[in-house]
Ligand binder design. Structure first.
Ligand code: XBP
Ligand code: MG
Length: 268
């Protein structure tokens, strides 16, 4: 079977933009203050809490771990859902105010991939509303239409590191995992993509620099730009090639991953 690269599947949080530190974390704190809670998620605490994917799940973990004896309302689920909804409202406002810019190379690579006829998709833990808030403000007014499939949030029962969101996205694309390359920033995201059998390129962010990325096709600190090279963290890279990720680089990384023993086609 032809295993050429046909589609690139992007994670959102940490991959398209540094949404966590200046977006979600700030918005969570705004929602807590608004609800009269004295909870404050510092950058360091938030780094710990990021081990739990999903904002609602993260609030629940925080209560369990850090607020012993919390005497919240009887309906804790509804309380958490309300806090999370308020957080998303603040997140959208931060995005609209231009506080959450794209990471280096993201706009360039998306444009180049579109021009090259690669199919584009998103597989994320966050909600469709949050994806839209980020994309229309940080990328382009019509950016939602750049992606053929947007697999987001609660459309699947189990969030990353479960493979469900990638299975959903592959199914909607109608492609086998071997025809795709996933772009992720975290160990949870990498595990999710690999569990769906998709070769994965990792661009670490500040919160994920210390994560373990075994099985990744390539690990770099950013996509890079002409004049702003990426730093290679792990994986094979021909030093004669460009020091930024462009479409030929995506194809090379994908081809290499398909040939490499590390990636088992169809792995689950
Ligand atoms: C992102 C997440 C999300 C965001 C917040 O993980 O874990 O929970 O932190 O978004 P990934 P929500 O980048 O691996 O998709 O509050 O909408 O969950
Ligand atoms: Mg991520």
């Amino acid at each position: 079977m032809n295993n050429d690269l046909r589609a690139v599947i992007f994670d959102v949080d940490g991959t398209l933009a540094d949404t966590e530190l200046h977006g979600h974390r700030v918005a969570f704190n705004q929602a807590f203050a608004e609800a009269g809670l004295d909870w404050l998620w510092s950058p360091a605490l938030y780094g710990e809490l990021l081990k739990v994917t999903g904002g609602k799940e993260r609030i629940r973990r925080y209560i369990d771990q850090y607020v012993p004896g919390f005497s919240g309302p009887a309906d804790l689920d509804a309380f958490i859902t309300g806090l999370h909804r308020a957080k998303n409202g603040h997140y959208a406002a931060l995005a609209a105010a231009g506080k959450i810019p794209l990471r280096p190379g993201v706009r360039r690579l998306l444009n180049e991939a579109r021009e090259a006829g690669l199919r584009l998709a998103i597989a994320t833990t966050t909600s469709l509303e949050n994806v839209e808030a980020l994309l229309i403000h940080a990328l382009a007014a019509d950016a939602m239409s750049w992606f053929e499939v947007i697999g987001a949030g609660d459309v699947v029962p189990a969030k990353k590191p479960a493979p469900d969101i990638y299975h959903y996205t592959l199914n909607e694309l109608g492609l086998p995992p071997a025809a795709c390359l996933a772009l992720e920033d975290s160990a949870n995201g990498l595990r999710s993509a690999l569990a769906a059998g998709i070769p994965t390129l990792v661009t670490v962010c500040d919160y994920t620099r210390e994560d373990h990325f075994s099985g990744a096709a390539l690990v770099v600190d950013q996509l890079g730009e002409p004049g702003q090279p990426f730093a290679l963290i792990d994986g094979a890279w021909d030093s004669a090639s460009s020091a930024w990720i462009d479409v030929p680089a995506l194809r090379r990384v994908h081809r290499h991953a398909m040939q490499d023993g590390v990636y088992q086609q169809g792995a689950r």
